[in-house]
Design a protein around this ligand. Structure first.
Ligand SMILES: Nc1ncnc2c1ncn2[C@@H]1O[C@H](COP(=O)(O)OP(=O)(O)OP(=O)(O)O)[C@@H](O)[C@H]1O
Length: 685
């Protein structure tokens, strides 16, 4: 075991902690052996039972066969459970805990030590390690030494924290142990942040900040909106929050009940290891394109979104912009509210001596306004049938509800959503705002308005399974997309993003609009950026002013702006920078250009190498090493080093270009270089 030094006093420290870790390691080893034993035992039991059933197949009576099958299922469940426990223990063995708090409850004589780790660990009926998500562990994040309390489902417990310690244990060996105070907590955070990037996002349970902890443990908000500056840990916190909710509400919600709406597959892959690292199953991820595919299957085809920077068709841009405001959703809501008048033209429905008058039909049709039109007609048909049946004292022949429904359908003035959608624009006097991309093929900008109307006309496939939805990069989605999302997922939501990183020139909505959509939402703001060095954040702030953005005091090289006389020299310079990256301690390099097309061209022009990858909208995974990509695809990702190419005055001049540059710069953790050929962009400091 290593010698452990207190950073402040540089004297050997905490022999008691070394003894304690040894003891815990032994207990985990013991528990691991037991767990392995029980996995093997249940494997054997399963095989024995299967063999028995196979051998005596013809002789067992159905009752015994059924009993055996039940038994088999039970062994299978027990086995799966044993495997989970064994895997958790194996993870715990690498790093059993990261903190210790000593807590003295009011009225108690002495403080009791609690060790906090990724999972709880019981040994010989005694809790040896508390789960970081437990109410007690919250005190580690919320309090310094002194008065402290925690709230569990049973109530509040007051007392004093008499000690806080932090540890780094790797492969069962203690790398450091520190007596914790606010300063030390910061030091440990600094240490964590100065590490080079992993291929995937990792958990941060040892250094969660107080304001982040409050978000993670928020149990009350039905909708939680996190507006956080670049690198403030939003994504990370959202995932830790899911881990917390899965722990806190384990009876009501499992990983299968949670979905994250992520901007693309690369991002999904990048964040995919956080929950498994925390001992939870990975959650399902979905994109708006996936939603469109599911909902529009057999209804309409659609065209995928286009890059607004490459699109020269002015009319297309106008159409897209028209549909991107909150006002647009209001107009659709008004249209839907007036829909009965527009689409339903009832006449008296008469069968023999029975009549349901046109007025009655109109009134009852309006009364079912919570339901889609098609469903309303069915309900109305049933109601007419019921009325006739009740009045049918003489037991005459009356129509079946299917027959009535047919007659009601004939009273519809609009026969499908597409017709209705077109009418919506006609009624506004804005027919030019709707153009089909092909036969039964919607432009991307029409997909969600269409679906919103489709929900009102035919109905949509609602998800009963999803009990919590996480929406990342909230600034990228339009109000009409949120309106559809609310129909499809009427469950609690964690919505996060940064309106300072809006890079869609066609999007017009703001945080205020989002708050307008989610009136009951709780809004929290995060203003400290943990990702980038102080120098990089200062540089980014000079590109896009942001008074709220605070940098963490972790220093690194000052970003370099490198002017080149020609594109050829710029490429030469890039090659040099790549070489020096390869010799450095860094693990990831992002080479960022403005568009997808430019990324492809640049990637093709670089000599292929094992560590060189293109991240495009077709990519599925984040590979680490060197990634050539567009700003759009780089969103949400981070790299040890970033090189931004072609930052000349021609390419970066508008306000949107400013946001693009800001997003690109804030992807860098430690080192940033900006290259241009010809005239330097005036947006640069
Ligand atoms: N409390 C913390 N302790 C250690 N690392 C942290 C902490 N908070 C955030 N980080 C790190 O900061 C980086 C940025 O986090 P994350 O990607 O979640 O930020 P974000 O707000 O989603 O960023 P962006 O909007 O720019 O994509 C990650 O490397 C994350 O691990």
């Amino acid at each position: 075991m290593q010698n452990h030094e207190n950073k402040e006093e540089s004297s050997p420290i905490f022999p008691d902690e070394i003894v304690h870790l040894d003891a815990i390691n032994k207990m985990i080893d013991e528990a691991l052996l037991e767990a392995q034993d029980s996995v093997e035992r249940s494997d054997k039991e399963y095989m024995d039972m299967k063999r028995y059933m196979a051998e005596y197949r013809g002789e067992l009576d159905p009752h015994e066969m059924f009993q055996n099958q039940l038994g088999l299922r039970q062994i299978d469940n027990t086995g799966a459970f044993a495997v989970t426990i064994r895997d958790k223990l194996a993870k715990l063995k690498e790093s059993p805990y990261f903190a210790r708090i000593d807590f003295r409850q009011d009225l108690a004589d002495e403080a009791e030590p609690f060790y906090i780790g990724r999972f709880a660990f019981n040994h010989k009926n005694k809790l040896r390690i508390s789960d970081w998500r437990s109410p007690l562990a919250s005190m580690f994040y919320d309090y310094e030494v002194g008065p402290a309390s925690y709230t569990a489902p049973m109530g509040k417990t007051d007392g004093d924290l008499t000690r806080k310690r932090q540890f780094k244990i790797k492969d069962g060996v203690m790398e450091y142990a520190l007596e914790s105070s606010a300063n030390i907590y910061d030091d440990v955070l600094q240490q964590e942040l100065s590490q080079t990037a992993d291929e995937k996002m990792k958990s941060i349970i040892g250094t969660i900040q107080k304001e982040q902890n409050q978000i993670i443990r928020d149990e009350k908000s039905k909708t939680l909106i996190i507006q956080g500056v670049a690198g403030s840990g939003k994504t990370s916190i959202a995932l830790h929050r899911i881990a917390f909710l899965l722990y806190r509400f384990k009876e009501q919600i499992t990983a299968n009940n949670v979905t994250i709406l992520s901007p693309n597959k690369v991002f999904g892959d990048y964040i995919s290891s956080v929950l498994p690292e925390l001992g939870e199953e990975p959650i399902f991820e979905i994109s708006f394109e996936d939603i469109a595919h599911i909902q529009l299957e057999k209804v309409m085809d659609f065209e995928v979104d286009k890059d607004p920077f490459l699109e020269a068709d002015k009319a297309w841009i106008l159409r897209k912009q028209f549909k991107s405001s909150l006002e647009f959703v209001k107009r659709m809501d008004d249209f839907i509210a007036g829909m009965p008048e527009i689409i339903f033209g009832p006449v008296d429905y008469t069968y023999g001596r029975f009549t349901f008058t046109a007025d009655n039909l109109r009134m009852r049709f309006a009364a079912y306004n919570k339901h889609p039109v098609k469903q309303r007609l069915q309900m109305l048909a049933d109601e007419v049938y019921e009325r006739f049946a009740t009045d049918n004292f003489m037991e005459e022949d009356i129509p079946r509800s299917r027959t009535i429904l047919k007659a009601l359908k004939a009273m519809l003035k609009v026969k499908n959503t597409l017709e209705l959608y077109r009418k919506f624009y006609e009624d506004m006097g804005q027919s030019a705002m709707f153009v089909l991309a092909g036969k039964k093929k919607l432009e991307w900008g029409d997909v969600f308005p269409f679906l919103y109307l489709h929900a009102a006309y035919e109905g949509v496939k609602e998800s009963g399974v999803i009990r919590h939805l996480v929406v990342d990069e909230m600034q990228d989605y339009s109000p009409i997309q949120y309106a559809v999302l609310n129909r499809l997922f009427p469950c609690p939501k964690t919505i996060l993003g940064d309106f300072g990183q809006s890079i869609n020139p066609l999007s017009r909505h703001t945080l205020a609009d989002l708050l307008n959509i989610y009136e009951e939402a709780q809004l929290v703001k995060l203003n400290t950026s943990y990702r980038s060095s102080y120098e990089i954040i200062n540089f980014a702030k000079q590109i896009q002013a942001n008074d709220e953005l605070k940098a963490i005091k972790r220093h690194g090289p000052i970003p370099e702006v490198i002017g080149c006389d020609s594109p050829q020299i710029e490429m030469q310079k890039l090659r040099q920078l790549i070489q020096s990256y390869r010799k450095s301690k860094y693990h990831t390099l992002g080479i960022i250009v403005k568009t997808e097309e430019a990324a492809r061209i640049l990637f093709d022009s670089l000599p292929s190498a094992e560590d060189l990858h293109l991240i495009s909208d077709e990519s599925r995974s984040f590979e680490g090493g060197i990634s050539v990509t567009s700003v759009q695809m780089a969103k949400g990702l981070e790299f040890d080093e970033v090189i931004i190419m072609d930052v000349d005055q021609e390419s970066y001049r508008s306000e949107y270009d400013r946001s693009l540059l800001y997003v690109a710069c804030t992807r860098a953790m430690h080192r940033l270089s900006v290259l241009y050929a010809g005239s330097r962009s005036l947006l640069l400091p």
